[in-house]
Write a protein that binds this ligand. Structure first.
Ligand SMILES: [Zn+2]
Length: 83
């Protein structure tokens, strides 16, 4: 399989998961409730293009961009776009 379609499929799966998350603004951060029942704290940075999530993935990727990131960050980007 070529690399690009695999990446698209992966992102679309993350976005499917992101759509199931609830986003709530609190104390300058975004509290993201996932369907699994966990709540994660996402902080967007001043550059407007990167964010940090306190889930396990996010702790290893503290400056994830809008094009990468976990479902929680992607849920926040969607929320900020008004989607
Ligand atoms: Zn996360």
């Amino acid at each position: 399989m070529p690399a690009i379609p695999e990446r698209r499929i992966m992102l679309s799966r993350i976005d499917q998961k992101a759509r199931l998350c609830m986003v709530k603004e609190q104390d300058g951060a975004y509290m993201v409730s996932s369907p699994s029942g966990h709540t994660y704290r996402v902080i967007t940075h001043d550059d407007g293009a990167t964010a940090t999530c306190d889930c396990v993935w996010g702790q290893y990727h503290p400056m994830a961009s809008t094009e990468s990131g976990c479902a929680h960050m992607r849920a926040v980007w969607s929320y900020l776009r008004g989607a």
